[in-house]
Write a protein of this length. Structure first.
Length: 150
């Protein structure tokens, strides 16, 4: 049975759905933290016994979100979360900059960047951004279907 959920419900899920499990890590906003965030995903995925294809998609998603926060915001620190609920796996990155919102870009054939959010849009169920009240920052999130373990 497939779960059907709209993007608005997924965006509000953090505040309205009971979490099955969650993990979090905080990193300094430097290029080295992209690899650390991928390692955080792999360690968490091993503990949660996620399927290899789910791990690969989650790792790519976290890598893109962290990389974007490092490149496009003035954040000193990033807070990363993985959590699951109702058959969905959520990837979240908090930054300290409410101004620079991620958006889909259509990069040219020879452009070296500009494809990150397009990738995320392609293989996730939904993604979005929500402000973090009182912090001046935002949370960028993405949701992926969580297949049952084999």
């Amino acid at each position: 049975m497939e779960l059907t959920v709209d993007s608005a419900a997924l965006g509000a899920a953090r505040y309205t759905w009971a979490m099955d499990r969650q993990a979090a890590a905080t990193f300094v906003a430097t290029a080295e933290s992209v690899a650390r965030a991928r390692r955080f995903v792999r360690i968490t995925a091993a503990m949660w016994r996620l399927r290899p294809d789910t791990v690969a998609d989650t790792e790519l998603c976290m890598s893109e979100l962290v990389g974007n926060a490092i490149r496009h915001t003035r954040s000193a620190r990033l807070h990363c979360r993985l959590w699951s609920a109702r058959g969905m796996l959520f990837v979240e990155v908090d930054d300290e900059d409410l101004r620079d919102l991620p958006r889909l870009e259509h990069a040219g054939e020879d452009d070296e960047g500009g494809r990150g959010m397009l990738l995320i849009d392609t293989f996730t169920t939904a993604w979005g951004t929500v402000p973090r009240p009182g912090s001046g920052g935002k949370t960028v999130w993405a949701a992926l279907p969580l297949p049952l373990p084999r």
